[in-house]
Design a protein around this ligand. Structure first.
Ligand code: ADP
Ligand code: MG
Length: 576
């Protein structure tokens, strides 16, 4: 038992575990070692679910994904020094994505500090830059207070990261059980922030007068669980909407009002934009020219007022939770009897023309089954053969970009990808979290983890975690033998024979046609290698029939397959 035997004593591990449980934490992902082995055992004794992973970075990605999926922060547990430092990339990713996360790391005993303790490192200072809150509880009796604060800061306002540092001496320290204030922190949930009614009226007036209005739905709207309100707004007003990558599914991608297939045009021409839980950062081209009209008027709705007028000045800035704001706006627009008529409205007609042209291009590519396959043909086959309510995890360059358009989400919070920080290596960790959540809350639902071959390499060993916890994740690797793109075998051999191997091997190249599916064999199973559409279909059917272990479908595609030519080469544009 983690609890030490002395009468009336309760140790730091137990206080930490019970405090997290009382704060509503449900899932912990981590890797144990000195001094947190007993901590993980105490977590399990307290009724928390603990998932042991293979790299702290992946564990940290898993914990933040569970936070986004459930709205309650997940915990990442790590050892001291290197363990905590491996979490840093994950902490930054959560902080940049505005996802709730708590990281807890053991640290070296306090009496070894300053004299070269084992894995000694200034962990609180190291975490500060990646956190809303970073602290070391000064004594066992104060652990509940710091846990309450860590959970509150991670989850409320704009969500983010909290870090708690737990020296081995603190985890093992004893406190008098009846002197540990376990109940002081039963704070009621914070009531949703409602919008100022005058601002709702201004927003409604602006939209009603607009010639080319557009709604942008971001992952803040997904986090706000505002799907019901936003669907009603769209249905009532017939306004065109654009989801951001992880805003996909708040309103179904298959909605007739979704204009993703005319994204560039919609952004460029809109005169009034209702921005619901998205930031005008690189993903939305900063809201600036040349991607937006110079005089576009933005109605910005955010829980975080610090975000207002960032990059461009908003016409109306509403500090509110998205749920009550959208409900109030829908009502105001109904009072005005506002609704577009897509069949006769010029703006809608222009968008629909563009949608038609872009869809034709994509369909032509998707119907091209020439071998080796192109991305579009692969995604058409995947989309046609997976359940429509699957959680789609996706990362990679072209794999993620092209897949975003072709793999549809009709439910909110059903897409997890490289996100605002563009982080590669998140996929397997996200998939572990999503599959754990599905098992507990939606056992029929499947997790499809669509990985570029390079992206998969970052955290591929988490396949073992999926086996150990019997998680039926379907891993689809879209394998072009490289980063962005690779080379055919004969070309690669030619290039590498041309001189010093480290000088002539292209930095974007990976080994040709790696048989990733054979990773299944180390678990006594077999995977799927596909080159054709028919093989992809057959492999998906088999993989989806498996319900107690992961599958790997390795799809070898044309190493030079690429995206649709883009109107703007945004990442290399400069304003300097
Ligand atoms: P995307 O990547 O989809 O563009 P971002 O992560 O850039 O989305 O932006 C999400 C925004 O949503 C953040 O500015 C965040 O403060 C905001 N947000 C998060 N939760 C809520 C909420 N409940 N109500 C309103 N805004 C929210
Ligand atoms: Mg690749």
């Amino acid at each position: 038992s983690p609890r030490l035997n002395q009468a009336m004593g309760i140790d730091g591990n137990t206080i930490l575990a019970e405090s997290l449980k009382k704060q509503g934490v449900e899932y912990v992902f981590g890797i144990v070692g000195i001094p947190v082995i007993e901590t993980a055992l105490a977590f399990q004794s307290a009724g928390l679910k603990y998932v042991g992973m293979r790299n702290e970075q992946a564990a940290c990605y898993a914990a933040q994904a569970v936070g986004y999926l459930t709205g309650k922060p997940g915990v990442c547990l790590a050892v001291s020094g290197p363990g905590l430092l491996h979490c840093i990339g994950g902490m930054a990713n959560a902080q940049v994505n505005c996802w709730p996360l708590i990281v807890i790391a053991g640290s070296c005993p306090q009496d070894h500090e300053g004299i070269g303790g084992f894995q000694e490192w200034p962990q609180v200072e190291s975490s500060r830059l990646y956190c809303k809150y970073a602290a070391r509880p000064p004594s066992p009796r104060l652990i509940p207070l710091h846990v309450e604060k860590a959970v509150r800061l991670a989850a409320s306002g704009r969500p983010g990261v909290s870090y708690l540092d737990m020296p081995g001496t603190l985890l093992m320290a004893e406190a008098d059980e009846d002197k540990v204030p376990m109940d002081f922190y039963n704070a009621p949930p914070v009531a949703l922030a409602h919008p100022n009614p005058a601002l709702v009226s201004q927003a409604a007036d602006l939209l009603a007068k607009a010639e080319r209005p557009l709604i942008i739905v971001g992952k803040g709207a997904a986090h706000a669980r505002a799907e019901e309100e936003i669907c009603k707004l769209v249905e009532n007003t017939k306004l065109p909407f654009l989801p951001t990558p992880m805003g996909k599914g708040v309103v179904p991608d298959e909605s007739e009002y979704c204009v993703s297939t005319a994204r560039t045009q919609a952004l460029l021409k809109a005169d009034v934009i209702l921005l619901l839980g998205a930031r005008l950062n690189w993903m939305l081209h900063f809201g600036q020219q040349p991607r937006f009209a110079p005089d576009v008027k933005v109605i910005q709705v955010d829980i975080s007022p610090e975000e207002f007028h960032n990059s461009i000045k908003s016409e109306v800035a509403v500090h509110s939770d998205i749920k009550p704001f959208t409900a109030a706006l829908t009502q105001k627009l109904a009072e005005k009897k506002f609704s577009l008529q897509p069949a006769s409205n010029n703006w809608w007609q222009g968008l629909q023309q563009k949608q038609k042209a872009n869809t034709e291009f994509v369909q032509a590519q998707a119907n091209n089954k020439t071998l080796p396959l192109n991305y579009f043909a692969v995604f058409k086959a995947v989309q046609a053969n997976i359940p429509k309510d699957s959680i789609i995890v996706s990362e990679g360059a072209n794999t993620m970009d092209i897949g975003r358009g072709m793999l549809l989400n009709n439910k909110p919070r059903h897409r997890l990808d490289a996100g605002t920080f563009g982080t590669m290596g998140v996929g397997p960790g996200f998939a572990v979290a999503a599959a754990m959540w599905c098992r507990d809350y939606a056992p029929e639902k499947r997790v499809i983890c669509v990985e570029g071959d390079s992206a998969f390499g970052f955290s591929g060993m988490e396949i073992e975690t999926m086996f150990r916890y019997k998680l039926p994740v379907v891993i689809v690797i879209v394998n072009n033998s490289g980063i962005y793109s690779g080379f055919p075998k004969d070309v690669m051999e030619d290039i590498q024979s041309g001189g010093d191997i480290a000088q002539c091997t292209p930095p974007t190249a990976l080994s040709c046609e790696i048989k990733y599916e054979k990773m299944m064999e180390i678990f006594g199973e077999s995977g799927h290698l596909c080159r054709t559409v028919e093989e992809i279909e057959a492999a998906l059917k088999k993989a989806l029939a498996v319900t107690d272990k992961p599958s790997i479908i390795n799809i070898l595609i044309d190493p030079s397959s690429n995206r649709k030519p883009q109107t703007f080469n945004w990442l290399t544009e400069s304003k300097l």
